[in-house]
Design a protein. Sequence first.
Length: 487
Amino acid sequence: MFSANDCITNSWFLSITTAVIIFCNLCYAFEENNGSFPEGFFFGASTSAYQIEGAWNIDGKGENIWDHFIHENPMRIVNNDNADVACDSYHKYKEDVFLAASLGFSAYRISISWTRILPSGYMGIVNEVGLKYYEDLIDEIVKYNMKAVVTLYHFDLPQQLQKDFGGWTNPKLIDIFVDYSRIVIERLEKVDYWITLNEPKVICNYGYGSGEIAPGLKYQEFECAKVVIMSHAAVYRMYKNEFPNRKAKMAINLDCEWFEPKTTSSKDIAAAQRILEFEIGIFAHPIFKGGWPKAVKERMEKRRLMENSAISQLPKLTEKEIEFINGTFDFLGVNHYVTQYAEDDSENNVGRKRNEINAGVLVTVDPPWNKNSLGSTVAMWGARNVFKWLKETYNNPEIFICEYGYSDNGTTLEDNERIRFSRMYLSAFHDAIYKDEVRIFGAMTWSLLDNFEWTSGYSSHFGLFTSIKMILTKRGFRRSQHSFSRS
Ligand code: BGC
């Protein structure tokens, strides 16, 4: 955990010793560097409403798909944990913002809980208490001279919209999301950066494809992708049309893993490109270039033939829709955590994970790679490569890194691994900026607090701060003098 003296400044990096990490298999070298970041670069921390707020049914908040999923299926979460109280940030938001400011951060990211504003998800009852809560929270952020980065949707769809419409697979959601967003944007005038949706890949692939997370549905990831991307575009266009005097920038936030070809064969090189297009391009291509990526269209047509199906699972985008989505960005929000290998497996249509089958790619890792407590593999040259790829593929957009981070299992308060990983990630971002000329203007770590890590409950800790209560009741540790704890 950070101590009070670890304030992050543009030159905090100077003290870092140079280390060279050699990854044995393909001998990738990554050199940790000690440079400064550009003047005005934002350092910050990210959070999301559902993972920290708690107060799940307080002050008029309605039920969302995560409340429903967990209360109906407690055993799907590690240790049957739930987020009914979480970090209790609904009541302790001032303390959270103070903690972020105490580290010298210049940006703090939150998300809005849709059902705190519109309890059923629809227009109708607008919950003033919910709006006031976020207004006060943003005032607090601004009070410390931090930029307020606000996500309109971070995985917590109103349950009523799931029940009545089937959630993000129904095009009716597009206008409903615009109505909700308009109310929030109108009221929260002090926001500096708007994120429309966090990680559409996770929303669609795991919520509506494999069914691992709420709402737990299967085989509808491509319908979801179309509705989500249209919803993003509709909110962006509404914002630009109806709030022409607002200075805040708006973007979508994509989860960008890096996939390295397993070998130098042309098939594996194409496989890596293909899975990047399935995971990133399916959302980025319509926004930055227009329409679905070619590799996705071709592969989905091949799958249609392999399955002997009359229609492709990939919905069509009309010319009008392509035009409507294209150009709806002021920058690109990027979350980066993971690097993996991609190997061609395009003849296989069964077994394995759904996203791998869709892309016709076998995903593997190298045993010596660093892993976090969720088992995700981290390779720093991968972190640099993904930014270079984004720059080259999407015509060098400005990039705000909205999440990077490292999780452990919370067995110690000595944060040596988190510090080591943060330094390596930041070195990779630094290389991307100075060696590859990627236009990254800020980086926010995930997360400020140990929080509710979705199906992993409280078993994985990403926070710079932990909860003394969580530690005392769950693991019996004492507060470390090197660490901050919140009471
Ligand atoms: C999500 C966060 C999550 C983090 C760590 C991102 O996918 O936006 O909500 O907690 O990764 O797993």
